[in-house]
Write a protein that binds this ligand. Structure first.
Ligand SMILES: [Zn+2]
Length: 386
């Protein structure tokens, strides 16, 4: 059976599909993954996550290797078991965080030199080691180590990073082929993960197209689009996304990394993206920002004091079923931990309902973008109200 099966659509526009994961789970696309960098989606446990409609999470291979450590994760039966999560599990390489967020990282053609944020010890990370970590952790999908330069880097730096990303992907693929034949998995029920490549090239169309073409030649089972949503304008972001998606093979899943605003998700689905991850819903929830079909509402403004009714009428999440705006306002004001939890439940449920709605529109043979992203969002939520 194919890893990825399109139920509707093709390479050039919106599509709905099924992604079959090595652990035997099958998840629907388009797919939104909450971020569990430290092996936890902040404030929620797996049962609550399931209740929001979440099927798949993304963790971070390298940071998990440092804390709690690959040995601990393996001994506990792999990442799924350790986290108590029986859904799909992606794992990022850590490259993005390491290179961009002040780990004193120095990138060479061989790999990344950095200092552990926990112990301060020097570490050298290679693309091959990243594949080994994904295998040892027993995740479903592991992302290759890539080089994501900061927004505003020179064209030469972006070209060099794209070339390095390709060379690292090639090494990862070769190493992955070795791993599939080696006895590296500590438990019988753990399979070798699918390793996805990541396209780079910033907002330079020529660099991105060349990088995408070369990575496609390596025949990975899926592709991430990286190096975007890091400061460039929306116009540049979508032009660059299309430079990648227009060249990616239609029969393989595409993952737009780090994109999470609802209108951007809708626009990206129109460009043929299948998979997303972002801290957008969870981080906003902790900062008192609640998602509604009309946009974000911040309860800090005080307008919710003593206000009856749910966050919005018709939201089927357990927070809106049980609690009023007034209660949420009170919890945040009193700094009760339940406030961020209830807000996170609502925001994740909003994102999952949005993607389920887009999927439904596509399967019912309707172009989800016909009415424009904002109207499409409103129509999806009106549809759930009726
Ligand atoms: Zn709700």
């Amino acid at each position: 059976m194919e890893v990825f099966e399109l139920e509707t659509g093709d390479g050039s526009g919106p599509r709905a599909g099924l992604l079959r994961l090595p652990s035997g789970r099958t998840v629907h696309t388009p797919l939104f993954m909450p971020v569990a960098t430290k092996l936890s989606v902040k404030t929620l446990d797996p049962l609550e996550l399931k209740g929001t409609g979440t099927t798949t999470l993304i963790t971070n291979g390298f940071l998990s290797h440092l804390e709690p450590g690959t040995d601990v994760i393996r001994r506990m039966g792999g990442m799924h078991t350790f986290m108590g999560w029986d859904g799909g599990l992606f794992s990022d390489s850590g490259g993005f965080q390491l290179i961009r967020r002040g780990f004193n990282a120095r990138v060479t053609d061989q790999g990344v030199h950095l200092r552990s944020p926990f112990s301060g010890e020097p570490i050298f990370l290679t693309p091959e080691e990243v594949v080994d970590l994904h295998v040892a952790h027993g995740v479903d999908v592991g992302m290759v180590l890539d080089h994501c330069p900061a927004y505003g880097s020179t064209e030469q730096d972006i070209l060099d990073a794209a070339k390095r990303t390709y060379e690292w992907a090639k090494r990862s693929k070769e190493h992955c082929l070795l791993s599939t034949t080696a006895e590296t998995s500590p438990h019988d029920d753990m399979r070798v993960p699918l390793i996805f490549a990541i396209t780079q090239g910033g907002t330079y169309k020529d660099i991105r197209e060349e990088n995408t073409r070369k990575l496609v030649g390596l025949d990975f089972p899926g592709y991430g689009v990286g190096g975007l949503s890091i400061g460039e304008g929306k116009g540049d972001m979508f032009r660059s996304l299309e430079a990648s998606t227009s060249l990616l093979p239609p029969e393989k899943p595409r993952y737009f990394m780090g994109v999470g605003e609802p209108v951007d998700l809708v626009r990206s689905v129109l460009c043929g993206v299948d998979i997303f991850d972002s801290v957008f819903p969870t981080r906003n929830a902790r900062h008192r920002s609640l998602l509604t079909p009309e946009g974000k509402e911040n309860l800090r403004a005080g307008r919710w004091k003593g206000v009856e009714g749910p966050i919005f009428e018709g939201c089927g999440c357990t927070t809106c079923e049980r609690y009023s705006r007034a209660y949420l306002y009170h919890l945040f004001k009193a700094r009760e931990p339940l406030g961020p939890r209830l807000a996170t439940v609502h925001n994740l449920h909003f994102m999952q309902t949005l993607l389920t709605g887009l999927r439904k529109l596509m399967i019912e043979s309707e172009d989800p973008g016909r009415a424009g992203p904002e109207e499409t969002i409103q129509r999806i939520f009106q549809g759930f109200i009726q």
